[in-house]
Ligand binder design. Sequence first.
Ligand SMILES: [Fe+2]
Length: 418
Amino acid sequence: MLDIPATISARHAAEPPARAPSLDEQRAAWRKAFARVRAETEARAAHLSVEDQIVQSMPDASPTKWHRAHVTWFFEQFLLVPYAPGYEIFDARFPFLFNSYYVAAGPRHARPQRGLITRPNGADVAAYRRHVDAAVERLIDTVPAANAPRVFEILEIGLHHEQQHQELLLTDILHAFAQNPTDPVYDAGWRAPPPAQGPRRFVDVPAGIHAVGQDGASFCFDNETPRHDELIGKLRIARQLVSNGEWLEFIAAGGYTTPSLWLSDGWASVQAEGWQSPGYWRKIDGGWHAMTLAGLKPVDPAAPVTHVSYYEADAFVRFAGKHLPSEAEWEVAARAGLLADAFGMVWQWTRSAYLPYPGYRAADGALGEYNGKFMVNQMVLRGSSFATPQGHARASYRNFFYPAARWQFSGLRLVEFV
Ligand SMILES: [Fe+2]
């Protein structure tokens, strides 16, 4: 976890803390949290060469060097410039290069061309990180009491933002490595976590009216609010994730060559992309293999399927005679402890479009662009993956991607209605 000081998380807390920590205690906790998250980014990048860190294999995937700089720009732009007296921008060219999509924060470089930026080089980005690290640490230590709540609130958003990019750093480099005929290895020691054991079965989800959304237990993004009621009908949810073995049955039964299983847009993607299997799968000497963070490995039938798009998930559930859960059904089941591998394995597609919760309004200003402006044309995924950093997952978390995307660690679980 992020070790968030109680007064900060208390703005969501149902129960007030027994004793509010002093400002000095808050400073110490934030220093620790900041150092840990920043170090995790560098630890993930440390497996990669300078050349690895430049490559951009498709417009949706960013270079590692860009991720390292962009998360740093986020702290500079939203925390240091407004709140650190006398702060000097590290390099006046960087905001243009490393702003992602914040229109209110100024003009920015074209996303598909991030891989063309060989300069500033890796050492320049490392110096940028050190410069901003020192300034943020100074701000944590010196921010006056009156500004502390807002400063710590933005710092907290910046840390969760950096954690999101830590996962993207892995999904993006895996996509790049999958284009390389030499099958590069990110980390030879990496192993997928073993899936939960136990009988594969469906369990009843408690029907009725349930509150969903942020529950006050921890930090949340604005798209997890407001908490609101959802009506859950009678249904049963699979305790386990759909496995590679089940996906092999789908392939063998002609799943990728049967138009009636597919949404129209999904079938168009099958045709245009030539999909015959999940992302990164290859048949070698008659056996399926897949590119992983540990390189090319045989597909394990017992492991959860991953790198499938929403379109593939939708076709699979039609083939199986089942359905995808809505995001509310998923959240109620997760909170009831009904799901094996809800977190830390693969993100799970839901049949829910990514829409604002009732009464949601994005905040004013550039930070209001974080989530709200993407609430159309994408689908929600729930849970978390093995690439999600420690402490970043929660039951109310709403991930979202376009329905054709499959470079994330995305899988699915089934529901049936009774
Ligand atoms: Fe970002």
